[in-house]
Design a protein around this ligand. Sequence first.
Ligand code: A2P
Length: 278
Amino acid sequence: MSPAAPTIRLLHGAEIPQLGVGTSPLDDAATERMVAEAIGAGYRLIDTAENYGNEAGVGRGAKASGVAREDLFITSKFNAKWHGRDLVPQALDASLERLGLDYLDLLLIHWPNPANNRFVDAWLGLADLLASGRLKSIGVSNFKPAHLDLIIAESGVVPDINQIQLNPGFTRDSTRAYNSARGIATESWSPLGGSGAKVLDDPIVIGIADAIGRTPAQTVLRWHTQLGLIAVPKSSNPERLRQNLAIFDFELTPDQIESISALDQGEAKAYDSDRFGH
Ligand code: A2P
């Protein structure tokens, strides 16, 4: 088993492992197998969402692992239909019901859906749950600085986390800078670039991986963690799950990090959260 991932302390005090496992687009049965396998391999952070339709699988896999609930960090996210101050507690209840758990470690607004103009209300609902102690950390996903400005101004509460599409092809510099200036941890979704990942076939990445005797995926995940990011790569392959966690016994040089960051193609090809969401 790989040594545990280091943790990051979030704004409201919780500690989150820097490397976890993503679950999209696996169904319940595949998720259950993968989550049990991942926890057995040493993962402690599991990332799911209402929209993935696999929260039940996460809950079953977590139980099957035999690891105590308090040693796991489980994140979920809710859809636009719950964007209302009084609806968010119901979103949390529904998520817990599907997971078969008593609590979540982190709940995120999945997408801002600005056309609906209700993400501030959703944020006020999460802030209530933080204040009442039902959640120890709260956050958002796919928020741009303009969306974050609004929720912070309206609530006075800063998110623990902003989870965004981030990999060497989309380094998201301005959103990362905004987050870190406010103490918001940045979490990378599709940190390897997703399925059919071109990032892992990039000659620069392969060159660095060969030079240090690691795989392209390990090289890219080390890039995320050395930038201070939290990453949740998905793999349903047990060997790759193990490989992806075994990244804390080497370091990239500043030049190697810079070469990987130079693969950025700008945000144009990333999902635009002013247009896309659910
Ligand atoms: P698989 O599940 O067959 O391992 P992301 O987390 O960025 O969305 O990327 C997930 C994709 O990357 C999946 O297609 C996954 O395939 C693949 N993947 C995950 N880990 C590795 C790895 N270590 N080497 C190669 N491909 C990987």
